[in-house]
Design a protein around this ligand. Structure first.
Ligand code: 26V
Length: 813
C-alpha cells in the first residue's frame, strides 16, 4: 500500500502559519510548542472535517447498515500524530515545525491524553474505532464526554496519590460540538398504567449534548465518528432560578444535572454501586438510542426494519440498560407490540464479556433501579417472566436452573444481573480470546449456553498496528518498509514475510540497533520520571498493566527479590558465568480503594530503593516503577521492552492486549497459559515464547483438592527467604510490619491466585530467559519471529470477524 498521498510540505507550512495567526492568535515567530501543537492540529482537523462530511454523505446515500458501538470507555490517548499519519501530512508537518526549530515529537507531546477509560476494555474500544474506520465499516462509537478522565498517578514516597485529570481544561482541537444535536434524558418518578398502556412520569430530566470526534481511517479517506455526550441542565430549569435572583440555588441545581458526565469512574476493583454510575449508564444509552433512531427514521421512515439496518454492540454490561430502553422506546413511544419489538431488540443487540471475575460482574439493587428507572425495571421484570417461562419448558421442575438463570438475583438484597439482561437481549455473546470464550460457556454462562449454544462465540482481541507499531516504533517500521514493503499497515499478515529474514545478519544487526535505540529512549523516560539510571545494555523486563492481584505483579516482585538474594549470595552468577544484567520495569495504576494493589506498588518502590542503591548489585539488577501509566507512556515503553511479563493465574486474564503490543514490538513473552497468550504461542511457535506454570485445568484441580500454599513455602528452594525478607521488613525498615499482611495473604489467606504454586516454575523459566539472552543472535531471531507472527492480532482482523459474524455487515473492500 502506498500511504495516503502526501500533500506538498509547503502547503501545510503555510496553513500552520495561517492558523497560528488566525485561530491560535499568536505571532508565528513567537509561537510556543503548545501553540504550534494547536495550529498543526487545526490543519489536520480541517482535512478530517472534509472526510467526515464525505463519509457521512456516502453512508446516508447508501442507507448503509451501521454498527453502533456503545462503550462507557474509550481510551484514546493523543490524536495529533495519528491524524497526521492517516492524512499523509507527517512530512509536511515536520517540515513546518522545522521552520520553528521544533521537533514533531516534542510538539505532539504537548497534547494531553484523552484518557476516557480505565484499561484494557477502554483501549480495546479505541483500537476498534481505528479499525472500523480503516476497514470502511459504517459505524459510530457512542460514549460519555467525561470532563475528568482517568486519574493521574503521582508517586510520593513510594505510594500512589491520585490527582484529577482535567484534560479539557484548555479545550481540545479534536472535538466538534454538534449544536442542535441534543436529546432529553429522564430519570425517576413513577409509572401509570392507563388502558393497558404504560405512561412514565419522570421526576427529572437532563439534556445530552453531542460532541463528535472524527476517527480517521488509514490508507483510505473513510472516517468513523465517536459521538460523546455531555450532560447539561435543561435551560428552563436554571432560568427559573436566575429569575428569582437565587444564583446560589441556580448553580447548585445546574451542578446536580451536569455532574452526570463529570468524571470517569476509576474503580475497577469492585464495581461502584453508586446511583451516579447508574445514571451515567442510562444517560449515554438513552441519548445514543434516540440519536440512532432519529437517524434510522430519517433514512427509512419506519422502525419495523430496525434490526435489518442497525447493529448495536454492548461493550461489557455497562450499556446493558439499552435492552430495556429500546423496548421502552419501541413499545411505549412508538406503539409497537411487545412480541415484534422483542424480536427486533434481540436481533439488534450483541454483547461482549471482558472478565470472568465474579466480583466484577455488574448487578444493580432492584430498589435503586426502581428509584432511578421505574419503567425500565417493569420492562426487565416482563422480559424475565417470559424468559423464565421459556427456560422452565426446557428443563421442567429444575428450580435451581431457573434461579441461576433469572435476571434477578433473589439472594439477600434483590439485584438485577446486567450480564443476564445482556445475554437474553442479544443474538450473539462473545468472549475475547479462545480460552476465555470456552470458559464462559463452561463456567459463568453455562446455563445460558445449555439453552442457546449457538448464541456464544469467540472474537479474539486485536490492536491497531497504526498506533502500536507505525507511530510508536518508527525505527522498526522503517526496517519493515525496507524489508517487506509498506502494506503491513493495512494488512498485518504481511509481517509473515519477515520470518525469512530472521537469521539474516544484516537484518539482525539493524533490528538490534533499533531495539537498542528504543531502550535508550525508555531509559531516558525512566531517568526523567524516577531519577534512576538504568543501562540500555541490560535486559529490559517489562510488566505494564493495571495493578490487580490476579495479574500477579507480586509474583514478579518475588522473583526480583529472589534474584537479589542470589546475586548477593553468588556474585559470580548461578553457574560462575556471571549474571545477565536486568532492569525490571513496572507501570500501572491501582484503583483508589484497592488497598492490596496499592500495597504492591509501595513494595515495588521499597524493594527498588534497597536494590538500586546496593553497591554490591550495581547494574546487575534494577527495579523501577514508571508513574502514571497511560496510552502515551505505553507508546514509549512497548518498543523498548525485551521481555513481556504476562503472568496471570491461568484462567483469569480474559485476553490481554498489552501482550500483543509488546510482542509486535519485538519482545519475547514470559507468560502463563492464559488469555491470548495461548494464541500468541500458536502464532509464534513454542520455541519462541516462555510458557510456565499451572494450566487452567490444573489450577481448577489444585483448588478443588485443597491448595496449601504453606507447603510450597516450606519446600520450594529459595521461596522462604524471599517471603521472610519481605514480611520481616527488610525493604521497609522504617515500618517492618508494612508487608506482613501481603505475605500473610499468601501463606495464611489461601493465596487465591496461587503465586506460590507457580513460583518455582517461574523462576526456572526466568533462568531460561537469561540463558537465551546470552546468545544475542538466537534471541534476536526469536524476537523477529515474534514480530512476524503477530499479523493475526491486528484489530482489523478482529473487526472484520465482528462485522461478518455478529453485525452482519460486509465491510467495503
Ligand atoms: C477486572 C476485575 C478483576 C478483579 C476485581 C474486579 C474487577 C473489575 C473489573 C475488571 C475489568 C473488567 C473489564 C476489563 O477491562 N477487562 C479487560 O478487557 C480487555 C479487553 O477485552 C482484556 O484484554 C483483559 O484481559 C480484560 O481484563
Amino acid at each position: 500500500m502506498s500511504p495516503t498521498p502526501t500533500r506538498p510540505a509547503h502547503a501545510i507550512a503555510s496553513r500552520v502559519e495561517d492558523h497560528l495567526l488566525h485561530t491560535v492568535g499568536t505571532a508565528p515567530a513567537k509561537a510556543t510548542q503548545t501553540e504550534l501543537m494547536q495550529a498543526v492540529s487545526q490543519v489536520a482537523r480541517a482535512e478530517l472535517s472534509q472526510r467526515w462530511v464525505q463519509t457521512q454523505a456516502a453512508d446516508r446515500g447508501a442507507r448503509a447498515r451501521r454498527v453502533y458501538y456503545l462503550s462507557m470507555e474509550f481510551l484514546i490517548g493523543r490524536t495529533l500524530s495519528n491524524a497526521l499519519a492517516a492524512l499523509g501530512q507527517q512530512d509536511g508537518a515536520t517540515e513546518a515545525l522545522g521552520a520553528h526549530a521544533q521537533a514533531m515529537e516534542d510538539v505532539a507531546a504537548c497534547e494531553p491524553d484523552a484518557a476516557l477509560g480505565n484499561g484494557g476494555l477502554g483501549r480495546l474500544a479505541a483500537c476498534f474505532l481505528d479499525s472500523m474506520a480503516t476497514v470502511g465499516l459504517p459505524s459510530f462509537g457512542y460514549g460519555i464526554r467525561y470532563e475528568y478522565g482517568m486519574f493521574a498517578q503521582e508517586i510520593r514516597q513510594g505510594a500512589q496519590i491520585e490527582h484529577p485529570d482535567p484534560w479539557l481544561e484548555d479545550g481540545t482541537p479534536w472535538e466538534f460540538p454538534r449544536w442542535g444535536v441534543t436529546y432529553p434524558v429522564r430519570f425517576g418518578g413513577w409509572v401509570e398504567h392507563v388502558d393497558g398502556k404504560a405512561i412514565w412520569r419522570p421526576a427529572g430530566e437532563v439534556e445530552a449534548k453531542a460532541y463528535d470526534m472524527v476517527i480517521p481511517g488509514h490508507g483510505t479517506t473513510k472516517v468513523s465518528t465517536l459521538r460523546l455526550w455531555k450532560a447539561t441542565a435543561p435551560s428552563h430549569i436554571d432560568l427559573n432560578a436566575f429569575n428569582t435572583g437565587d444564583y446560589q440555588r441556580a448553580a447548585t441545581a445546574k451542578n446536580e444535572y451536569e455532574n452526570i458526565s463529570w468524571v470517569l469512574y476509576p474503580n475497577d476493583s469492585t464495581p461502584a454501586g453508586r446511583e451516579l454510575r447508574l445514571k451515567q449508564e442510562y444517560f449515554f444509552v438513552a441519548a445514543s438510542v434516540q440519536d440512532l433512531i432519529h437517524r434510522h427514521l430519517g433514512e427509512h421512515g419506519t422502525l419495523t426494519n430496525l434490526a435489518d439496518r442497525v447493529a448495536i454492540h454492548l461493550n461489557d454490561t455497562h450499556p446493558a440498560i439499552g435492552v430495556a430502553e429500546l423496548m421502552r422506546v419501541l413499545c411505549d413511544e412508538h406503539g409497537m407490540d411487545w412480541t415484534p419489538a422483542w424480536a427486533i431488540c434481540r436481533n439488534t443487540f450483541s454483547y461482549t464479556n471482558h472478565t470472568l471475575m465474579p466480583e466484577a460482574l455488574e448487578t444493580w439493587p432492584v430498589g435503586l433501579m426502581q428509584h432511578v428507572l421505574p419503567r425500565h425495571l417493569e420492562i426487565i421484570f416482563r422480559i424475565n417472566k417470559e424468559f423464565l417461562e421459556f427456560a422452565a419448558a426446557f428443563r421442567p421442575g429444575d428450580d435451581g436452573f431457573l434461579a441461576r438463570l433469572s435476571l434477578i438475583d433473589e439472594q439477600g438484597e434483590r439485584r438485577v444481573r446486567m450480564a443476564h439482561l445482556s445475554i437474553v437481549g442479544s443474538h450473539k455473546v462473545n468472549g475475547v480470546s479462545k480460552l476465555h470464550s470456552d470458559l464462559l460457556v463452561q463456567t459463568i454462562f453455562a446455563d445460558f449456553a445449555a439453552l442457546w449454544p449457538e448464541r456464544f462465540t469467540n472474537m479474539t482481541n486485536g490492536i491497531t498496528p497504526r498506533r502500536w507499531l507505525s507511530q510508536a516504533n518508527p525505527g522498526l517500521s522503517g526496517l519493515l518498509d525496507r524489508q517487506i514493503g509498506h502494506g503491513w499497515r493495512r494488512d498485518l499478515d504481511e509481517l509473515h514475510k519477515l520470518a525469512a529474514h530472521r537469521s539474516d545478519p544484516a537484518v539482525q544487526a539493524e533490528f538490534m540497533g533499533i531495539k537498542r535505540a528504543n531502550k535508550a529512549r525508555l531509559a531516558a523516560l525512566i531517568a526523567r520520571t524516577t531519577g534512576v539510571q538504568v543501562s540500555p545494555d541490560s535486559l529490559f523486563d517489562v510488566q505494564v498493566k493495571r495493578i490487580h492481584e490476579y495479574k500477579r505483579q507480586l509474583l514478579n516482585v518475588l522473583h526480583v527479590v529472589g534474584r537479589y538474594q542470589a546475586i548477593l549470595a553468588n556474585p559470580n552468577g548461578p553457574d560462575g558465568r556471571g549474571w545477565v544484567p536486568r532492569t525490571v520495569i513496572f507501570a500501572g495504576k491501582a484503583a483508589s480503594s484497592y488497598h492490596t494493589a496499592k500495597s504492591i506498588i509501595r513494595l515495588i518502590h521499597d524493594a527498588g530503593r534497597v536494590i538500586n542503591n546496593d553497591p554490591r548489585v550495581g547494574d546487575l539488577l534494577k527495579l523501577v516503577f514508571i508513574p502514571n501509566y497511560g496510552v502515551s507512556v505505553a507508546e514509549t515503553i512497548m518498543p523498548g521492552a525485551d521481555l513481556s511479563e504476562q503472568i496471570s493465574t491461568a484462567g483469569t486474564e480474559a485476553s490481554g492486549t498489552g501482550n500483543m503490543k509488546l510482542a509486535l514490538n519485538g519482545a519475547l513473552t514470559i507468560g502463563t497459559d492464559d488469555g491470548a497468550n495461548i494464541e500468541i504461542r500458536q502464532a509464534v511457535g513454542d520455541e519462541n515464547i516462555f510458557i510456565f506454570g499451572l494450566k487452567t485445568p490444573q489450577v481448577q484441580a489444585l483448588r478443588a483438592s485443597g491448595y496449601q500454599p504453606m507447603r510450597y513455602y516450606e519446600s520450594e528452594p529459595g521461596l522462604k527467604p524471599v517471603l521472610d525478607a519481605i514480611a520481616g521488613g527488610q525493604f521497609s525498615p522504617d515500618e517492618p510490619g508494612r508487608y506482613r499482611g501481603l505475605v500473610d495473604s499468601l501463606l495464611w489467606g489461601g493465596d487465591h491466585y496461587m503465586l506460590l504454586a507457580d513460583y518455582t516454575s517461574y523462576v526456572n523459566t526466568q533462568a531460561e530467559v537469561d540463558a537465551l539472552y546470552r546468545k544475542p543472535t538466537e534471541w534476536c531471531a526469536r524476537a523477529i519471529t515474534n514480530v512476524s507472527g503477530m499479523g493475526v492480532f491486528s484489530a482489523d482482523r478482529t473487526i472484520r470477524e465482528y462485522a461478518r459474524q455478529i453485525w452482519r455487515i460486509e465491510p467495503k473492500p
